[in-house]
Design a protein around this ligand. Structure first.
Ligand SMILES: *Cc1c(COP(=O)(O)O)cnc(C)c1O
Length: 412
């Protein structure tokens, strides 16, 4: 297969880039700021080649592991962090944080509507038990978004005694809504603190890292949680997750991730440290590439008549671009075309399948070096009307631009 870019699409891309020039400058400025922050953390913690040494067995005295936690904590402006390659994905990481904080009889309140699909079985909203929070006697309540925005009055009313934790989802996930900026997360947290000072504020930070200058932990979040095969892994982390936040909650999370009493003191890193360090170092740049790719995608698809969210010039608070295709055929074709124009598995044909943890069938293009890494260019969608596809990532703007132009040409 030869990747042909249609002339019309190339022209649309050129026009879009001109329109986006001021946005691209802002994205570069944010990347510069976050790069300096990240670099400084490496310098302050005297990161050396010794920190990349692999450990095995119990992993006692793994200097690289401990220093990586400290580097993350500095970058996230938090007291402490837990960064581990053996946290298997974002869902696992969020589950660790929730089980760390919540106890029988407590209530978890979702304040930005229904949480990400895969958390339903963790919380016990759906599924057969299997050790969900619900099975352990943790109650759950939810304040829906109103018009895609947080419902401050509703949140105020829902903060009854017993609400031990709130969960705030920064990114839109698989929803057609605005993502929630760090400033707004701060506003939600201030409201929670005012009404219920003891409530623990947990932010699902997936896809949001480094899109802005501040992280949720810098506006009051007790814990921010994310996946290393998304933004903060910079495309190099091979797997893993992080939890950054207040020391006492990170400690509880470490007790949950290994076991009570052992916490952060154990866990062999098996040679994964260098990937996690280098990935974090690359992350501000990789996120900037992803943000530009998403904006370009929005511009081209909007010019072709598709509704997009966010719109090309809108502020970007995560790396996700949603496109409404209106038909299953176009959605599937677009996603298959993204796969075709990927460096890995370009010959594979993605099809809708029953992915574990999701309610609808899902189609995913991820022609990525790290399996399923959505900081690399990827596109996915639940198969349901109005057939919204989510495009994200792009380790290099150039490669993402080529794939997006090709895929746009397939559905014009
Ligand atoms: C990706 C994501 C998660 C976790 O998903 P995993 O596939 O388990 O890493 C959770 N919340 C949001 C908003 C996400 O985007």
């Amino acid at each position: 297969m030869k990747i042909e870019i249609k002339n019309e699409i190339a022209a649309l891309a050129a026009r879009t880039e001109e329109e986006l020039a001021p946005r691209f400058r802002e994205i570069d400025e944010t990347a510069l700021y976050n790069q300096q922050k990240t670099l400084q953390a490496f310098i302050d913690h005297r990161i050396g080649a010794n920190h990349f040494n692999p450990t095995t067995g119990y992993g006692y005295d793994d200097a690289g592991r401990d220093a990586l936690d400290a580097v993350y904590a500095q970058v996230f402006g938090s007291e402490d962090a837990l960064v581990r390659h053996n946290i298997v994905n974002g869902t696992h990481c969020l589950a660790i944080a929730l089980f760390a904080v919540l106890r029988p009889g407590d209530t978890l309140l979702a304040v930005t509507g229904k949480p990400y699909d895969t958390l339903e079985e963790v919380i016990g909203i759906s599924g057969e038990g299997g050790g969900s929070l619900k099975e352990f006697g943790v109650n759950y309540a939810e304040v829906p978004l109103v018009g895609g925005r947080p419902d401050y009055e509703g949140i105020g009313r829902a903060l009854k005694p017993g609400v031990k934790a709130v969960i705030i989802q920064r990114s839109k996930g698989y929803d057609w809504r605005d993502s929630i900026g760090v400033e707004e997360i701060g506003r939600i947290i201030r409201l929670v603190r005012e009404i219920s000072p003891e409530t623990v504020c947990i932010v699902d930070n997936c896809y949001g890292e480094f899109t802005e200058r501040l992280e949720p932990t810098q506006v009051g979040a007790d814990l921010a949680v994310g996946s290393l095969i998304k933004n903060p892994g910079g495309g190099l982390a091979q797997t893993g997750g992080y939890i950054a936040g207040r020391e006492k909650y990170v400690r509880l999370a470490a007790f949950r991730q290994t076991c009570p009493g052992l916490g952060k003191e154990v866990g062999a890193t098996l040679g994964q440290n260098r990937f996690m360090y280098q990935g974090l170092f690359m992350a501000p740049h990789a996120v900037a590439q992803s943000l530009k790719s998403a904006a370009l995608c929005a511009g081209i698809m909007e010019k072709l008549g598709f509704e997009v969210n966010p719109r090309p010039l809108d502020p970007r608070r995560d790396i996700i671009q949603a496109v409404k295709f209106g038909s299953e055929e176009k959605l599937v074709k677009f996603i298959q075309a993204i796969q075709c124009a990927s460096p890995v598995d370009s010959f594979a044909l993605p099809l809708p399948w029953d992915m574990p943890g999701y309610r609808h069938q899902v189609i995913m293009a991820a022609g990525t070096f790290v399996s399923g890494a959505s900081v690399e260019l990827s596109a996915d969608a639940p198969i349901k009307p109005p057939y919204v596809g989510f495009v994200q990532g792009g380790l290099t703007y150039e490669s993402a631009k080529i794939a997006i132009m090709y895929a746009a040409g397939e559905v014009m």
